[in-house]
Design a protein around this ligand. Structure first.
Ligand SMILES: [Zn+2]
Length: 370
């Protein structure tokens, strides 16, 4: 049986009403806590359908399940300068990005709470994922996006029947417009950045990576980082696996940012404990990670450090090169995902891991979108 769940502010050490999207006291991010620690009964898991729900004993208690299949995504070897790395093909999820893992749990949670209408802000992939799962759940969704987001992503959001509200100006303007609207109309904010259920869903990415290698952790995992949800999902997921005695250690977590918007990179290499908002963000093709700072910035920095990982910044020229290099290896990914190509090259030059190290690069979003 999945465990009971409650919401909690780690900074205030206080319970939080589950209708809040962040702590009303300190404005910090809320976490989801379960009454039982996650377990991974391997024989039971293996006997279940190959989707994210197979880790039932590690998922929060949900009365309803909103699902579009969410398959285990392939882990495919590829070569870079004679080194063999592994691509985790998250772009093959139902809406073409890893965000379906979080959106499936979040939509399940909202439907279980009899929510009929919600709002979300997104530069694209999260909006599309939530729109699809809202459609599946019969939930009315309004999505606030920057007007400059990829036309392909906006078309996808519309296709699922969500109402799109384009907002002119930089990314944070979309959030401001949403908060104003949500407060005025008392509609829940189904935030992929703030809502704790979203990261709970991303944890299944770590569970899958372990299971796909006979319940062992890879040596390192590289992922694009803007808000930090993949990285924190991996961190918390692998922590669950270690706590349960299922894997021996967490992998080195390597955050890859666009050099044009790289606040985490700056904070990490300055030895800071929190992340200052990017001072002069410049336009980048990696639009999905062009965020001024991660929501859970302290935890993200601490996760990278605790794992023995690092933060890498990639130039626009090398993002472009990554799109082509990955494409010529059969991976059709969006520019945001392509940062991992040069991220891998830089990481291999600095990390002392040996030639047979297992390094996973997360390919987060499909190239047909952008
Ligand atoms: Zn608080």
């Amino acid at each position: 049986m999945p465990a009971d769940m409650s919401f909690w502010c780690p900074a205030c050490q206080a319970p939080i009403d589950e209708s809040a999207y962040r702590c009303p006291q300190c404005a910090g991010a809320i976490e989801c806590v379960s009454s039982d620690a996650p377990t991974f009964p391997r024989a039971d898991i293996t006997a279940r359908p190959a989707n994210m729900w197979r880790y039932a004993e590690a998922l929060p208690a949900l009365a309803h399940r909103v699902s579009l299949g969410e398959p285990m995504t392939p882990l495919v070897p590829f070569e870079q300068d004679g080194f063999t790395a592994l691509a985790k093909c998250e772009y093959l999820m139902p809406t073409g990005s890893y965000k379906d893992r979080g959106a499936a749990l979040l939509a399940s949670f909202l439907v279980g709470r009899n929510v009929g209408e919600a709002v979300e802000d997104s530069s694209g992939n999260a909006g599309a994922a939530l729109a699809a799962y809202a459609a599946r759940a019969g939930l009315k969704l309004k999505v606030f996006c920057p007007a400059s987001a990829s036309p392909g992503k906006l078309a996808q959001i519309r296709r699922y029947g969500a109402e799109l509200v384009p907002v002119e100006g930089p990314r944070p303007r979309a959030t401001e417009a949403l908060l104003e609207y949500a407060a005025k109309h008392a509609i829940p904010y189904a935030s992929h950045l703030w809502h704790p259920l979203f990261i709970e869903g991303i944890k299944t990415l770590a569970y899958e990576l372990a299971e796909q290698d006979a319940w062992r952790a890879p040596d390192a995992v590289l992922c694009p980082v803007g808000a930090g949800s993949i990285l924190l999902g991996l961190y918390r997921g692998f922590k669950d696996l270690v706590a349960a005695g299922t894997v021996a250690r967490i992998p080195h977590l390597v955050a890859v940012q666009s050099a044009h918007v790289s606040p985490l990179h700056k904070a990490f290499h300055a030895g800071a404990e929190d992340v200052a908002a990017a001072e002069n963000p410049r336009p980048t093709r990696a639009e999905g990670i062009a965020l001024p700072r991660p929501v859970r910035d302290r935890e993200t920095l601490a996760a990278v450090r605790e794992s023995g990982g690092t933060v890498i910044a990639v130039s626009e020229a090398n993002i472009e090169a990554g799109i082509g290099e990955l494409g010529r290896r059969g991976f059709c990914v969006e520019p945001t995902s392509a940062v991992v190509w040069d991220g891998l090259r830089q990481y291999r030059q600095t990390a002392d891991l040996g030639g047979d190290a297992k390094i996973v690069a997360v390919l987060s979003g499909h190239g047909l979108k952008a």
